[in-house]
Design a protein around this ligand. Structure first.
Ligand code: FAD
Length: 383
């Protein structure tokens, strides 16, 4: 992993314009992989791997196959071969001087200069996504501990009925039919924000799989630090719903913490996210862009999906050429896509209208993941 201490100040000192990307999760990687070779691309990453936040249910239930698609050493991605990847954590941004301060694993601070900056630092929303500065061994140990705590639990309670909680409860019960799995929803149906037909379909799927549903009750939340732990305990409710003891409680309540503590306050909205215009440009900062879960692009903050990285790359190229950004991010008004992930009978996709269709498993495993996602979108991996 390359490490460099560039000249501080607004001039990156390179003949090519330097695009500095902060965060190498799903969107940072895709942006880095699709910027043209005419740019010098430098990335700062807390992790030496792409540790995708996708598919929490599979991460816990089918860990080996999740690893194949969602845990990728950054140096193995072909499209990142010529890119400088710096292991560290951004701790401050100077927008006028065009530099970023980065803490490296040795405890040193370095300053990196940029011409264009991309903020892709994501959010924390539980034990599976964080902004900790990690080593490969540390990541492996934590993943192993998470899988072991699932295996050791006879009773599991998942709290929160968004896509993450729904998929986690469903996939754990399918993988471990002998364990008692309960999903606690504050509403009468899972998946708020999805079409009613999609919500009813998933309630039926959960019940058919044998997941117990506790609906219309809000579990009392513990302190923030406990929301990020995998531990047993007793779920309590203020409305008289009986307590639920569980060997393992998985909190998927969607309490998001944007990873933006290192940014100037005036670059953030009231919730701490980074607002953008339709070109993914941060208002008032022509050379700064944001993408992914950290970016307040639209009410659903869905620029991690919907091909936003392509729009971002086009607009950076426009700015470099001294043209106004030309590509617009027009997000869909409702959520869509897969919720339970790949199942033995294929991959169900749900449209914003509630329509659903299924892609056969063979097409997903032989074509969709290895060819479309891995090779075409991510550019392939080295052995
Ligand atoms: C099909 C599908 C399924 C999904 N399933 C799930 C699911 O099960 N659970 C779920 O939660 N989401 C799920 N999602 C959402 C998805 O995981 C997120 O939308 C996506 O991961 C966001 O990517 P990102 O690049 O914005 O952030 P992230 O992937 O979180 O990447 C941000 C990276 O930046 C790093 N970082 C943070 N601060 C700094 C800093 N100061 N300096 C340097 N680096 C920093 C972080 O450590 C992290 O590595 C799913 C999405 C899809 C499309």
């Amino acid at each position: 992993m390359g490490r460099q201490n560039l000249a501080p100040g607004g001039d990156s000192g390179s003949a090519q314009p330097t695009v500095l990307i902060l965060g190498m999760g799903d969107t940072g990687v895709l942006t880095a992989a699709h910027l043209p070779k005419s740019c010098r691309v430098v990335c700062v990453t807390t992790k030496p791997f792409l540790v995708s936040g996708q598919e929490l249910g599979h991460r816990l239930a089918e860990h080996a196959s999740w690893r194949r698609d969602y845990l990728l050493p950054l140096h193995k991605l072909r499209r990142l071969a010529d890119i400088e990847i710096i292991h560290g954590k951004a701790t401050a941004v100077d927008s006028e001087g065009r530099s970023v301060t980065v803490l490296n694993p040795g405890g040193d601070q370095i300053r990196l200069a940029w011409d264009y900056l991309v903020i892709a630092t994501g959010v924390g929303n539980g034990f599976w996504r964080d902004d900790d500065l990690d080593t490969a061994d540390g990541i492996e140990q934590r993943l192993a501990a998470q899988v072991a705590s699932v295996a050791a639990a006879d009773t599991i309670a998942v709290v929160g009925g968004g896509p993450c909680g729904t998929s986690t409860a469903f996939n754990l019960k399918r993988r471990y039919p002998g364990k008692a799995v309960t999903l606690c929803l504050s509403d009468s149906l899972p998946l708020p924000g999805y079409a009613d037909a999609t919500r009813r379909h998933h309630r039926d799927q959960l019940l058919q799989q044998g997941v117990s549903l506790v609906t219309g009750s809000r579990a009392q939340l513990p302190a923030d630090a406990e929301l990020c732990q995998m531990a047993g305990g007793v779920l309590r409710f203020a409305d008289g719903t009986p307590d639920i003891p569980a060997d393992l409680i998985i909190w998927t309540t969607g309490k998001l913490r944007p990873h933006t503590a290192f940014l100037p306050r005036d670059m953030l909205d009231a919730q701490g996210f980074v607002p953008t215009d339709v070109h993914l440009n941060v208002p008032g900062y022509q050379r700064i862009f944001a993408i992914g879960d950290v970016a307040a692009t639209d009410p659903l903050r869905c620029s991690a999906r919907n091909w936003a990285y392509r729009i971002l790359c086009r607009n950076i190229v426009d700015r470099i050429a001294d043209r106004p950004p030309s590509a617009r991010f027009d997000p869909p008004a409702a959520r869509w896509g897969s919720i339970l992930g790949l199942q033995p009978n294929g991959l169900s996709l749900h449209a914003a209208t509630g329509r659903r269709w299924r892609v056969p498993r063979w097409l997903v495993t032989r074509f969709l993941y290895p060819v479309v996602v891995r090779r075409w979108i991510y550019g392939g991996t080295r052995r």
